[in-house]
Design a protein around this ligand. Sequence first.
Ligand SMILES: C[S@@+](CC[C@H](N)C(=O)[O-])C[C@H]1O[C@@H](n2cnc3c(N)ncnc32)[C@H](O)[C@@H]1O
Length: 226
Amino acid sequence: MPSHETPHFDSPNFNPLARIYRWMEYLSFGPMLERCRFRFVTQCRDAQNALILGDGDGRFTARLVSINANIQIDAVDASTSMLSQLRKRVDRVSPQASQQVRTVHDDLRRFSPTGTDYDLVASHFFLDCLTDDEVEDLIERISPHLTQRARWLVSEFAIPRAGLWRICGRWLIRFLYFAFAKMTHLQVKEIPDYAGALSRHGFERREQAEFLGGLLVAEMWERKVL
Ligand SMILES: C[S@@+](CC[C@H](N)C(=O)[O-])C[C@H]1O[C@@H](n2cnc3c(N)ncnc32)[C@H](O)[C@@H]1O
């Protein structure tokens, strides 16, 4: 059930990477991003309505729909080619899975959901495409559309706390931003403080897992009950 809206002209352009994105990832980080992305997916078997932000080629969405036959998913991305990969991947899961996913072509710096009952949000390696202010604004826009106990899964790069990983991590993240600026015209240059923004909007971090010495983190946040 795809729906299409027009994204804004200054969105980063991930279209040229859509077909090769997975292979770029495997060549550079092996299975580690995948492990990070799927770290908490099995805990989402009971989720009913999910909003997936910038899922790219749809590996998380396809996995989620394959383990949860009841969930309805809105998957939003600014790249038509990524969304087309996502649809193909979900269609391969099952005909029923296709019916469970709605794709929305929009820039998440402006997108406003229509539903009011998402109990799950997932953003895997997406919040790093936004600035501090844009993350704050996104969470503020989305929050009224979430249930009281909504969970938010995050996968992100992070600067490791200590040692050689910290020195290498800093340079690697700088290099990745440089490479993505060249390939997609992404203008963001550093990882935003999404943890601060989630906390300010009433979320608490329930679980966290680190990979590659802390260069990758998977987190599960939950909205505090007021
Ligand atoms: C680095 S990729 C990550 C893809 C996927 N979530 C993953 O785990 O591999 C970032 C994705 O976010 C999308 N994206 C980046 N900025 C966006 C924006 N402002 N609005 C909507 N989508 C955006 C890109 O098109 C791309 O598909």
